[in-house]
Design a protein around this ligand. Structure first.
Ligand SMILES: Nc1ncnc2c1ncn2[C@@H]1O[C@H](COP(=O)(O)OP(=O)(O)OP(=O)(O)O)[C@@H](O)[C@H]1O
Ligand SMILES: [Mg+2]
Length: 292
């Protein structure tokens, strides 16, 4: 698959990968916050177009840090990352940021970081407006993203007035409206009620079916087989300790215990197959267009 963009030539050029090239190539990547301990250590990963990857790891294992690196917000403090044919260190330094961020969108773990406008609608419109899209197209994208997350009725509310789960849905809508090729989701189901959680699982499946590349950090083992083809496990020292199929990783009890993903005295986790109705919002799905 080739990711194509309207990249108007210049600095780092590519923004596309050819057949046989990974979308993200991480070589011996380390990240150390200033004055703090190492968050990521010796990470080697290749992520391919169209993959659905889940990042698993205990608190502090570096999942959010890794997503920030993949989003070009920060560059690695050691090693290198190429993303969509660009050097992430250069993107983090400001080069090609506009083009990069129309292709790669990150939903932050903390929605308060993502929501800064006077209203939810303004936040959802911010990205498309930055892209310079026509007013009608911006309106369509906002309506679709708000409907997809079931929050059309919150469009005129101030983000700070929303509940935690509503903020999360608004933050996701603000990335969906950009329609990026790569969607990075940091704990997308945290603080969502069960119905909204399964709506999000359904959304992730549809984005993947539409060819998007998805990389999702989560703690919720029950959704992993439904949203991933591949699971990368980080140790508490920020190292990759497993990289395999959901079935293989979730069946490895010793791995899950050592990575602090399950507690051995709690309960069994198997590969849980759920079949929930996904036409949620109590049958009032606001489906307008499509965010795909
Ligand atoms: N802004 C920061 N400044 C200094 N250290 C940080 C900062 N953000 C994270 N860290 C540290 O880096 C390490 C990795 O943090 P990170 O947020 O990437 O973990 P995580 O796997 O996302 O954890 P969680 O499951 O709690 O979200 C932790 O030790 C954390 O304390
Ligand atoms: Mg995190």
């Amino acid at each position: 698959m080739t990711i194509e963009t309207a990249h108007a030539a210049a600095p780092g050029t590519p923004l596309a990968v050819g057949p046989g090239e990974p979308l993200f190539a991480l070589h011996d990547v380390g990240y150390k916050y200033s004055g703090r301990q190492i968050a990521l250590d010796g990470v080697n990963l290749a992520i391919w177009p169209g993959e659905r990857v889940v990042l698993l790891g205990a608190n502090g294992s570096g999942k959010s840090t890794l997503l920030k690196l993949l989003d070009g917000i920060v560059g690695p403090t050691s090693g290198s990352i190429r993303a969509l044919g660009l050097d992430v260190a250069a993107v983090a330094a400001g080069e090609d940021g506009f083009h990069f961020h129309r292709e790669v969108g990150l939903v932050f773990q903390d929605p308060d970081i993502q929501l800064f406008s006077a209203t939810v609608l303004d936040d959802v419109a911010f990205g498309p407006l930055q892209l310079g899209l026509e007013r009608d197209e911006v309106g369509r994208r906002c309506a679709d993203a708000l409907a997809e997350m079931g929050i059309a009725h919150l469009a005129d509310r101030a983000p700070f007035e929303l509940s935690g789960g509503e903020k999360k849905r608004a933050a996701i809508a603000s990335v969906l409206s950009l329609r990026p090729q790569v969607v990075l989701l940091d704990e997308p189901t945290a603080s969502l009620d069960p119905r909204t959680k399964w709506v999000l699982v359904d959304l992730i499946q549809r984005l993947a079916a539409a060819g998007r590349t998805l990389i999702v950090a989560t703690h919720e083992l029950d959704i992993v087989p439904l949203i991933a083809d591949r699971v990368v496990v980080l140790s508490e020292q920020g190292r990759v300790v497993a990289d395999g199929t959901p079935a293989a990783v979730l069946a490895d009890r010793d791995l899950l215990v050592s990575a602090n993903l399950i507690h051995e005295h709690l309960h069994e986790h198997g590969v849980v197959a759920h079949s929930h109705p996904h036409d949620a919002w109590d049958g009032h799905h606001e489906a307008a267009g499509s965010v795909l």
